[in-house]
Design a protein around this ligand. Sequence first.
Ligand code: NAD
Length: 497
Amino acid sequence: MSPVPLSGPESGETVPGGGQVARYNPARVYELVGTVPAASPEQVDRLVQAADAAQRPWAATPAHERAALLRAAADTVEPHLPTLAELLARESGKVLADCRGEIGFALTFLRWVADRAPGVLADTEVDDTAGRLLQRRRPYGVVAAITPWNAPIILSLLKIGPALAAGNTVVVKPSPLAPLTIDRVVRLLAGALPPDLLHAVHGGTEAGAALVGHPLVRKVAFTGGDRAARHVAATAATQTTPTVLELGGNDPVLLLGDADLSPEPMRRLVMASFATSGQVCMAAKRLYLPESRREEFLDAYLDAAREVLCLGDPLADGVSMGPVVSAEAAARVNGLVENAVARGGGALPLGRVDPGTDLRAGHFVTPTLLVGVPEDAPVVTEEQFGPTVPLLLYRDESDLVARANAGELGLGASVWSADEERAFALARRLEAGFVFVNTHNRTGMSLRAPFGGVKRSGYGREYGDEGITEYTQTCVVHAPAAFRSGGAGAAANAYPA
Ligand code: NAD
């Protein structure tokens, strides 16, 4: 059966009937990058059963041995980094340097988990006048990981690493829009581990639903959009399987009156919105600026964008922004910009274009800064997930927090100020899981800082110690003092004193 393009002119999802998932290059839509086998529900079932059978012996392996195996698994991926990065760039449209960075960061994360997990997961025991209390962290069993296309390696390893370290086994279903590189990474990792600890299954909603609803799956870790999340949570609920949901954001950037608008922070701010063509959950998605600094800001921002933003083929030298992932994504983002302009806004094109790239060959969208857009325009109220960002002005700070907190999403935010105390005080009032200070997006990430949303941006955390304990349940063994040898005893059925 010939593969069907997922993002080209004949866009489809998976080839029906257990065929291939094909991925075409979003920068050159007729170029087939590769295929992976699409999993039928029967194949999903077989792999979940195998993962379930492997889980108990894995959980019984001491935590430091599991950690050593994970470190060795990370080492097997490392030599392949250059070829993996190129494959990721061709299937996702992300620029080569970002792809290298993502895979390198994912391996660093895996090693960090291996170092950290044995201590974080260790039993705790107290023995005192109240009795003896043992608390241990028990793995769930088989974890299903459902991941999006925009950072398939790190977003999969954020689940795979902690879940395996804690004694779970994992079946991951990547997005059909970027299945190729993660498939290779999973194979490399799995090859360095005992059999059946880790598998990948491919396909769209059918494969995802078969995995999430499988009775042997004990926990579902999902990263993606709100619509899919509701289906995933509902399917998981049919088996009362717990979920962790990492969803979209509409991150506000609060530039205070004393924010530094010099070139270096401005370059950081531009990339905070336009890295991966704006298709990042924690991208800077709304810019709030004091009205008095409008002209100064526009000059500085447009200059910085000319320096750091170059639209073109992700594999070309000097390109910092590739296409968006699909024709649908391009149409959606262009629609948001057109709507903003129709409502009286202005769209200022940003950056440069690589002269060697034929922009008509792929899903390229001109990056824009939107000015004069009403606050109720969809580009302000919704996650744009693409290369455009609205600039919104404020006169005084009285309603700034309310405007920043408006809406249902609460993933990230940032406060930019010369006064760190003031920035931290304001940050505490923001409804966001992660507030950056004087930066935003990937330059502000930290392995030790738990990441996740509030409100409709999801629940549960990745990164940090919480990102490890997320894959365990605390179980207790308790001998109350009253009933231990020599204890005072108590009346039957009495509450403890
Ligand atoms: P998506 O929701 O379309 O797909 C995510 C995954 O869910 C894919 O693997 C998809 O095949 C699968 N899926 C879809 N429907 C399903 C169903 N009914 N049952 C089981 N699986 C199903 O997301 P996307 O377009 O790949 O990614 C973009 C979204 O992800 C954005 O909203 C972005 O903000 C969000 N995101 C969030 C984070 C975070 O950490 N919070 C990180 C990256 C992306």
